[in-house]
Design a protein. Structure first.
Length: 215
């Protein structure tokens, strides 16, 4: 007698039951990432790509960095637009919107990148590199990134920040401002930014006081 081959519907039913059991196993002692990844794999193997993305895509593919996470999801779900993927990922980390700046930049979503970096702290060194690297082909983006680098520096953000980091952000910003014919306006914008934070706590104002003509 030939062995009975399970019908596709039976196989689907078993996977649906497996997903239900996996979801029921969530607890403080279980890894949500492992559960999400297992459930995503079962849906993908059943050809249910849209459901796999909607239920688990943004949470089952976390990498070592926000950029790595974005790339992993975009690679697995090439039919999804990069803007939709970014928006869905941002929703998974409320309060950390600025940390998705590099992912948005990598995807060419320059307006979205600046908007995210303006919402919550973003690494000033990352913003300064963007100001330097994109001065030629995306000057408006580069200028925005440079100004945000100085803004977050003025608010005490960044890891192991030195005066060299402040000067790098300032010079990169002013270089692109000069290219765009906005040097005077941008210098005034930086001056106002530098004086908008309590003087004693404003690293940018202390470093750039003479350059900006601060009292």
């Amino acid at each position: 007698m030939q062995p009975r081959v399970p019908s596709p519907s039976a196989a689907q039913g078993k996977k649906a039951e497996a997903i239900r059991l996996a979801e029921a196993s969530r607890s403080p002692w279980a890894s949500d990432w492992d559960i999400d990844r297992a459930c995503e794999d079962m849906l993908l193997s059943s050809g249910m790509v849209d459901e796999a993305y909607a239920r688990y895509g943004p949470t089952a593919n976390r990498g070592g960095t926000y950029l790595a996470t974005f790339r992993a999801v975009a690679r697995k779900y090439p039919h999804k637009s990069t803007s939709d993927i970014l928006a869905d990922l941002v929703k998974t980390t409320p309060g950390d919107e600025g940390k998705w700046f590099a992912a948005a930049k990598d995807a060419g979503l320059f307006d979205e990148a600046l908007a995210l970096a303006a919402r919550t702290p973003c690494d000033p060194k990352t913003l300064t590199r963007a100001a330097r690297d994109y001065a030629g082909n995306q000057p408006a983006f580069a200028l925005g990134a440079g100004l945000l680098a100085l803004y977050w520096l003025a608010h005490g953000c960044g890891y192991e920040i030195t005066s060299a980091d402040v000067w790098a952000a300032y010079l990169s910003t002013m270089k692109v401002a000069e290219q765009m014919g906005k040097a005077g306006q941008v210098r005034q914008d930086i001056r106002r930014m530098a004086t908008s934070v309590e003087p004693g706590a404003n690293f940018v104002a202390r470093i750039l006081d003479r350059e900006l003509g601060l009292p």
